[in-house]
Write a protein that binds this ligand. Structure first.
Ligand SMILES: Cc1cc2nc3c(=O)[nH]c(=O)nc-3n(C[C@H](O)[C@H](O)[C@H](O)COP(=O)(O)O)c2cc1C
Length: 382
């Protein structure tokens, strides 16, 4: 399969885009098939990717009548930062796969739309350059490195560059592309690299003794453990969030350990295939950490209606993974900013029709399990 982009990113918003999810429908025109398979895919049989989407379709939103929402807004405070809306850009590695300027364009869009941005350790652009362009809520997503000195250096660079929090991802110690993505033959191109790791020696494959497991003694040898998290909490002055939490016991433990907030996430289905949908796990995590503790959600959010459901089930805000990449591929910063604007308007329209003037009005009582005949998954509208 050819790995060259069918069409370069546009310098304008294409006509006919009417909802945020239309960017997903347009992506195949702008992303070569093997790259698209790598981005869209999860792991294994993509069971968790599918579950993430199904979980949103399992809920309906109650329309409410005669509510005065003329003072309505979507403002919130997150990590001490005032935000105009609860839509953040998720950490997505190697954005140069879909746009020559990669993460720089996403950062410009975040700045323009007042959206928070979480930059991946595996960004294809320098974290300092991205920080200079992003808006006030910019956080750094950390993958523990095999050598602690390298992890510390990354954290200190993030602090010096003005990132406001460290979001450590703990659910992806093993990542194997789904069977569909492997069949598409994706190979990381030589010109797309994790530039922020270039200065650090990378671990060479561990020599296994006879009888050792390639998984337990191999792939998992450098996976983070509890003492790594405790070390991180003491090594940075920044608040530490953990991304990749699904089990309520983990959530309770992380809160007790001093973690500032959690991202309820299954890595967009790219970690453990068969893990529950993020949305399905959210209510139990909220119950475990209690009200008021910061919780974000990602995984399958494709519309403002989806964001509303996540907020209703206990999230303070949502992160956008693949939608961000698709919009970036279609029209760079302009596309990402437009996608965010559409999503925000979709959220506002859902709030208004559900009788919610502010995010504080959104709660579990706004939802009903989807009734027979209720609308299923929203189809892209172009
Ligand atoms: C191509 C791709 C690369 C990703 N890279 C990272 C990463 O470097 N770090 C991380 O914590 N999560 C990463 N994620 C997961 C996202 O942060 C997020 O959890 C997920 O995409 C949310 O699901 P959604 O794509 O359905 O919105 C990646 C996801 C995709 C699709």
């Amino acid at each position: 399969m050819r790995d060259t982009a069918p069409q370069p990113p546009l310098d304008h918003i294409p006509p006919g885009i009417r909802c945020a999810q239309d960017y997903e429908a347009l992506a195949p025109r702008f992303i070569a098939a093997p790259r698209l398979a790598y981005i869209a895919g999860g792991s294994g049989d993509d069971a968790t990717v599918a579950a993430n989407r199904r979980a949103f379709a399992a809920w309906s939103v109650w329309p409410r009548l005669l509510r005065d929402v003329r003072q309505g807004h979507t403002r919130l405070a997150l990590g001490g930062q005032a935000l105009a809306h609860p839509l953040l850009l998720a950490p997505v590695a190697y954005q140069q796969l879909v746009h020559p300027a990669g993460e720089l364009e996403s950062a410009r869009a975040a700045q323009a739309l007042g959206a928070g941005l979480v930059l991946s350790t595996l960004a294809s652009r320098r974290l300092e350059d991205v920080a200079a362009l992003a808006g006030p809520l910019r956080w750094f997503q950390l993958y523990f490195q095999p050598v602690r000195a390298a992890t510390l250096d990354l954290v200190q660079r993030a602090e010096a560059a003005g990132y406001g929090a460290i979001v450590v991802t703990l659910d992806a110690s093993i990542q194997v592309a789904s069977r569909a993505a492997q069949a598409a033959g994706f190979q990381m191109p030589a010109d797309c690299r994790s530039v922020n790791l270039a200065a650090y020696a990378q671990a060479s494959a561990r020599a296994l003794a006879e009888g050792d497991s390639r998984v337990f003694q191999g792939l998992m040898a450098d996976a983070p453990r509890l003492d790594d998290l405790d070390w991180l909490l003491g090594a940075t002055r920044l608040p530490v969030w953990v991304k990749g939490v699904l089990h309520p016991d983990d959530a309770r433990m992380l809160r007790a350990r001093g973690v500032h907030g959690l991202v309820v996430s299954n890595h967009g289905g790219r970690g453990l295939d068969g893990a529950p949908a993020s949305l399905a796990a959210l209510p139990a995590v909220r119950a475990a950490v209690g009200p008021g503790y910061p919780l974000l959600l990602d995984g399958g959010v494709r519309s403002g209606g989806d964001a509303f459901k996540a907020l209703a089930l206990g999230a303070d805000a949502v992160l956008l993974g693949r939608l961000q990449v698709y919009a970036l591929a279609v029209a760079g910063a302009l596309g990402v900013a437009h996608m965010l604007k559409l999503l925000r308007e979709e959220l506002e329209a859902t709030m208004a029709l559900a009788g919610c003037a502010t995010l504080a009005d959104i709660g579990p009582g706004c939802l009903s399990p989807a009734l027979p005949g209720a609308p299923g998954e929203s189809a892209p509208c172009c």
